[in-house]
Write a new protein. Structure first.
Length: 116
């Protein structure tokens, strides 16, 4: 099995304006999706949800506020999954609940450190 990063992108606060019931429904969708991957041995890392605050350090120690302040969409979380190839990883990504909230999932292969 190979490992792939699923990188979640969405608006800064996609949950803004959702009712408590809708937020609970969204959380249930995430739990079901991730629980299904875990049950199949496809979840390599449970991931993390990223906040909106941040700074970017650029060459010559130039520091800017925000991870990507100039774009509307930003990375909101990352998980690592196991799949046979990128097509299988993409099929897994198709079930991601963020797609129901206007977000998207980038699928990237992970190259282990020390590999050529």
């Amino acid at each position: 099995m190979n490992e792939f990063a699923l990188i979640f992108r969405n608006d800064f606060h996609p949950e803004a304006g959702y009712s408590p019931d809708k937020l609970q429904e969204i959380m249930k969708q995430w739990q079901t999706w991730m629980g299904g991957m875990a049950a199949k041995g496809q979840l390599a890392n449970a991931g993390t949800r990223l906040g909106g605050d941040g700074k970017t350090v650029k060459p010559s120690n130039v520091i800017t506020n925000g991870p990507y302040a100039e774009i509307k969409e930003m990375i909101t979380g990352i998980i690592v999954i196991k799949a046979g190839d990128i097509d299988a990883a993409t099929e897994i990504a198709k079930g991601c609940p963020i797609l129901n909230a206007g977000g998207n999932v980038e699928v990237r292969d992970i190259i282990p450190m020390g590999s050529n």
